[in-house]
Design a protein around this ligand. Structure first.
Ligand SMILES: Cc1ncc(C[n+]2csc(CCOP(=O)(O)OP(=O)(O)O)c2C)c(N)n1
Ligand SMILES: [Mg+2]
Length: 376
């Protein structure tokens, strides 16, 4: 008979469970919430010009957000995913990559596409309006379109990374998705594939706390999202996503590691979506309280850097006002440019669906071409 009174478990699952992910308890940080430098060594790697540049591009993204909110309300855009609050996470990371690196964005990552030189703001607006020209990347710039299918970009990115490795290029693929995507099979499959083939992929998980109305803690029981990479044999790190210096330093280290032939890396940025999920008009006050939001608003990445720069005499309210004005003008001109683009025809849309049209698309193309000829 077995001893049913034994006290020591064969395997102490409770202890293992309690310890899962404890290695990730200290997210990487350079500038804390009170704009104090907490990692002097890394801070000293940044020049004053770089610090100012970071502030300028985050301000540009914020104005892009404000203007797209206005344009959406005016009915001038289609689907658009707001970026307010995620500026440090998005721009700190994308600026760590090289022009030859391949970007795989999600629908929330238009700022990175613009910063990487793949599209202009006008093209971003065209993409939002469902126009094919929004997906026409600038010659020589490597980026995919903003992926709507949660997690799918990571599979494509892993394949591209393997291609870059096989071609012996000094380049990596880098992909973005949200916290919710880590509960999708595609995200894990992309990571696993890149791990298995030691492909140079840098996967950036922007943990903004929410998958539409589902909070991070309801999505998955894991203590951190970063630790999910461990199962694929991929090194990972958690970083303060409201600290642009920390995000940049970590992304650059990840890029260097992957480009040197060491295989993929996963980064979890701890950030927050300050407003609605999309321009379709969900109301965050229906699923979260102001008390939950406030601690995150207090971490605003622009405030943090602005305070530091002002103390160092590198930034002034006048300079900021001038820049805001210039950015507003830039985006108002861009929406006009998008509106002036020729209407997209059905044939144009169908021609861009497959490189080799399938038989049913050939048939639809004929029908659409006939209808368009009649309209003329
Ligand atoms: C495969 C798939 N399932 C569901 C959806 C619907 N959907 C659109 S956005 C979203 C939430 C994604 O949340 P997260 O990954 O955290 O990204 P975030 O929007 O916060 O940037 C969902 C479920 C989808 N687009 N694709
Ligand atoms: Mg999210």
């Amino acid at each position: 008979m077995s001893d049913t009174t034994a006290t020591a478990p064969v395997v102490d699952f409770a202890a293992i469970k309690a310890g899962l992910g404890e290695d990730y308890d200290n997210p990487f940080q350079v500038l804390d919430e009170n704009h104090r430098v907490v990692n002097q060594e890394v801070f000293d790697t940044f020049t004053d010009d770089q610090l100012v540049h970071f502030m300028e591009i985050m301000l540009r993204e914020r104005i892009l957000h404000e203007q797209t909110t206005v344009f959406s309300k005016q009915g001038r855009l289609g689907f658009y995913a707001p970026t307010l609050g995620q500026e440090a996470s998005q721009l700190g990371s994308v600026t760590a990559f090289q022009p030859q690196d391949y970007l795989f964005p999600s629908y929330r990552d238009l700022p990175q596409m613009i910063e990487h030189g793949a599209i202009t703001p006008a093209q971003g607006f065209l993409w939002s309006r469902g126009h094919v020209q929004g997906n026409r990347m600038a010659d020589g710039h490597r980026s995919w379109f903003p992926q709507i299918i949660i997690g799918a970009q990571h599979i494509a990115a892993a394949g591209a990374a393997l291609g870059l490795k096989k071609n012996g290029e000094d380049a990596v693929a880098f992909s973005y998705s949200g916290d919710g995507s880590t509960s999708q099979g595609d995200t894990y499959e992309g990571l696993n594939f890149a791990g298995a083939f030691q492909a140079p992929l840098v996967m950036i998980i922007q943990n903004n706390g929410w998958a539409i109305s589902v909070p991070r803690d309801y999505q998955t029981h894991t203590r951190t999202l970063a630790q999910k990479a461990v199962a694929a044999g991929v090194p990972s790190v958690q970083v303060d996503g409201m600290d642009i210096l920390a995000v940049h330093a970590v992304a650059k280290a990840a890029r260097d590691f992957a480009a040197a032939g060491n295989g993929p890396v996963m980064i979890e940025t701890l950030t927050y979506r300050f407003g609605a999920h999309s321009s379709a008009g969900d109301d965050p006050s229906r699923y979260r309280t102001h008390e939950q939001e406030q601690p995150w608003f207090d971490k605003d990445p622009l405030n943090r850097l602005r305070e530091l720069l002002t103390e160092k005499d590198l930034w002034s309210a006048e300079h900021e006002a001038e820049l805001k004005d210039a950015y507003k003008k830039e985006f108002r001109a861009a929406i006009k440019e998008a509106e002036a683009a020729p209407h997209q025809t059905v044939t144009e849309f169908l021609t861009n669906t497959f490189e080799e049209p399938t038989p049913n698309i050939v048939k639809q193309l004929e029908e659409a071409a006939a209808a368009e000829a009649e309209e003329k």
